[in-house]
Design a protein around this ligand. Structure first.
Ligand code: 2M8
Length: 448
């Protein structure tokens, strides 16, 4: 890349100001949409990161964001992946999901019928930590909130344990690529190749491709047929959690979701201890965390040391080189030597240390991998929100230098102030949506 082609760099104060404006502009009053045009609703894991950003502006507003999400929790404990606003510009919307007939659904709001990675306890941890540094009033507000919702979070984690640990791997199972948050990652190519949409798939028109500069930044139409077919299957069993696992053509053990579950369960247990919550439940969370950590460590491939997913329906490991391979670094448990080796892989030339990267931020797929696609969504671009997640986890694990470097490089990537949803790794140009809320949120946290 020539110097002219490089994105511009805003001064830090202007960047923070713009990030705050993005969150304000995307705020409907009760929730901050994931992005203004492409995603005019609330997404589960976006909301967690958004709340972390809001905490830098107003603890009360951060708490309110998570309250909105948690109010949509299903009666069995699941936190749904989308809480719909009245906006109509997104497909599939609530009618296509058809969750209205599911007995566990919330009554006051419409939601999707699947979930996303359990990062919410991490958000509460961060909000409490930030609030304790700002003022006594804020600290009391955040701690009061954490104590009030702790039980809801415990029930969410229990839902995962009850319904989503379904095979001997001990990893958290997902029934749709959307549940991973990494929709079209090459991680799911094989399992999706076995999902064959029925001829009775109701017709539909995509809206997402109309909201980006180039449809090649989004999943393909074939992908979407499969995504929509899985919704038909879920609807067919009325979102009953056991039936969902028994019938979905897509059933995959997700090592990244498992690592986040392990990390978040530990964080929730820790918060439970601080807030004097139920001791037995705290002990259960610790056990769940330990089991999940072990499962992630056991998923590591002997040749590369990278964690792998498992296709449960077909009984094979999926060792595609994506950033999910670094899952053990989030939750620990793989052992010191294995971790040191993984860390050097992460910093090495196949990943963050690739000489042509604009910023040394881990790409979603290794630029050296056959299936790497530098512009297409979860198939190669860099995602600032994931850089934040790794930097937070690294700081927590005491890896201060690595955490600081990720922060610095994450800010390099986002310094143009466009708050892209994801970035082209070689040029650093924003892709997908701009003014994406979770990108603005993590920038705010980094700049604090
Ligand atoms: C993307 O996913 C949605 C479906 O859930 C979509 O493409 O329509 C993913 O990047 C997901 O991780 C994210 O939560 C969501 C909203 O930002 O967008």
């Amino acid at each position: 890349t020539t110097a002219e082609a490089r994105p511009k760099t805003l001064p830090t104060s202007a960047l923070a100001e713009r990030a705050a404006v993005v969150l304000r502009d995307n705020d409907t009053g009760s929730l901050v949409t994931a992005s203004p045009k492409l995603y005019p609703h609330m997404w589960s894991w976006d909301a967690a990161f958004i709340a972390i950003g809001l905490a830098q502006l107003d603890i009360g507003r951060a708490v309110a964001e998570l309250d909105t999400l948690l109010a949509a929790q299903w009666s069995d404990g699941m936190i749904p992946h989308i809480v719909f606003t009245s906006a109509t510009g997104y497909f599939p919307g609530p009618d296509r999901w058809g969750t209205d007939a599911a007995p566990q659904r919330p009554r006051h709001v419409r939601t999707s019928g699947i979930c996303q990675p359990p990062v919410h306890a991490i958000a509460i941890r961060r909000i409490v930590d930030v609030a304790r540094r700002t003022s006594r009033v804020d600290a009391a507000l955040a701690e009061g909130f954490a104590a009030r919702v702790w039980q809801r979070l415990y029930r969410w984690h229990r839902w995962i344990i009850r319904y989503r640990i379904v095979d001997a791997s001990g990893l958290v199972a997902i029934v749709h690529g959307w549940e991973s948050g990494m929709d079209n990652s090459p991680r799911w190519d094989e399992p999706y190749s076995r999902v064959v949409p029925g001829t009775n798939l109701p017709p539909y028109a995509r809206l997402d491709v109309l909201r980006v500069d180039d449809p090649a930044e989004r999943p393909s139409d074939d992908d979407y047929d499969r995504y929509l077919w899985l919704i038909e299957q879920l609807r067919g069993v009325n979102y009953e959690p056991e039936a969902v696992v028994n019938t979905s053509d897509f059933l995959v053990a997700d090592t990244f979701a498992t690592a986040l579950f392990a990390l978040a369960s530990d964080v929730l247990a820790e918060l439970g201890e601080e807030l004097a919550c139920d001791r037995d439940q705290v002990a259960e969370l610790r056990q769940w965390a330990a089991r999940a950590r072990r499962a992630v460590a056991l998923s590591c491939r002997p040749d590369t040391g990278m964690a792998a997913d498992r296709d449960i329906r077909y009984g094979n490991w999926i060792a595609t080189p994506t950033l999910a391979g670094f899952s053990p670094l989030l939750c620990g448990g793989a052992g010191d030597r294995a971790e040191a080796a993984l860390l050097s892989t992460l910093d090495g030339p196949d990943w963050s240390g690739h000489p042509d990267l604009f910023a040394a931020v881990v790409p979603s797929v290794s630029p050296c991998a056959r299936r790497f696609d530098q512009r297409r969504y979860w198939r190669g671009p860099q995602w600032p929100v994931l850089a934040w997640l790794f930097s937070w986890a690294f700081a927590r694990r005491g890896w201060t230098a690595q955490a600081a470097r990720l922060r610095e490089q994450g800010l390099r990537l986002t310094a143009d102030g466009s708050f892209g949803e994801y970035y082209e790794p070689f040029t650093g140009s924003p892709l997908g949506s701009t003014n994406q809320s979770w990108t603005a949120a993590v920038v705010l946290d980094w700049l604090a």
